[in-house]
Design a protein around this ligand. Structure first.
Ligand SMILES: CC(C)(COP(=O)(O)OP(=O)(O)OC[C@H]1O[C@@H](n2cnc3c(N)ncnc32)[C@H](O)[C@@H]1OP(=O)(O)O)[C@@H](O)C(=O)NCCC(=O)NCCS
Length: 175
């Protein structure tokens, strides 16, 4: 049974197990890992978890070039199997390249439908937030991500060169 759960310190050991599978310094899309340095100690991890959770609070300011966003971990039988985030609005970079939703699934948990399921869950939450049109993007060469988006009803607007490389941009109408 897999759930989407808010980042929390109780999952420190499980999160580090997943991180070790990915490898240190590996980009995990949708995880917010770029917002922190090391997360090995309890203090570092707690500070990062706090940062992730406060980013979703629209009454609090976020740093320049950031938008409010909500983060979840995909948790299955106590293991952290993936991350996903919803940006509450698009800035220029997100409209052009990054999109509303980012996600990643740890290598050992792939090809079981987890990303497809998690994107569907987060689309429902985007709708609850009043977002009526969701942009999801992926690298032009990322067949698995493109398929994940298409399985969730993504309609390709264009493929363009961005700061992230050649990028496929899909829209999903909600409601
Ligand atoms: C992209 C990613 C999230 C997909 O996660 P996943 O849980 O394996 O995806 P799913 O099991 O839901 O599969 C989605 C679709 O992609 C297909 N797929 C999965 N891996 C694939 C691969 N390597 N090549 C081609 N298609 C693939 C699946 O068959 C499925 O299509 P189907 O429903 O028509 O059979 C995962 O590969 C990942 O974390 N990659 C690295 C990070 C990343 O690229 N994130 C997205 C950034 S935009």
């Amino acid at each position: 049974m897999v759930d989407l759960v808010a980042p929390n310190v109780l999952l420190h050991r499980a999160w580090l197990d997943a991180r070790d599978e990915w490898g240190r310094d590996t980009v995990q899309h949708g995880s917010g890992l770029h917002l922190t340095g090391d997360v090995d100690t309890a203090e570092e991890f707690a500070a990062w978890v706090h940062r992730l959770n406060t980013l979703s609070d629209e009454t609090l300011p976020v740093g320049e070039d950031l938008v409010h966003a909500t983060f979840w971990w995909m948790v299955e039988d106590g293991e952290v199997v993936g991350s996903i985030s919803l940006r509450h609005r698009l800035n220029d970079f997100l409209l052009h390249a990054g999109g509303h939703i980012g996600y990643s699934v740890r290598p050992s948990a792939r090809k079981r439908g987890l990303a497809t399921w998690a994107v569907g869950q987060v689309l429902a939450r985007a709708g609850e937030r009043g977002i009526d049109r969701v942009l999801i993007t992926c690298d032009d060469a990322n067949a698995a991500s493109a398929r994940t988006i298409e399985r969730n009803g993504g309609v390709l607007e264009d493929v363009r060169d961005t700061t992230l490389g050649r990028t496929r941009r899909y829209w999903i109408e909600l409601g």
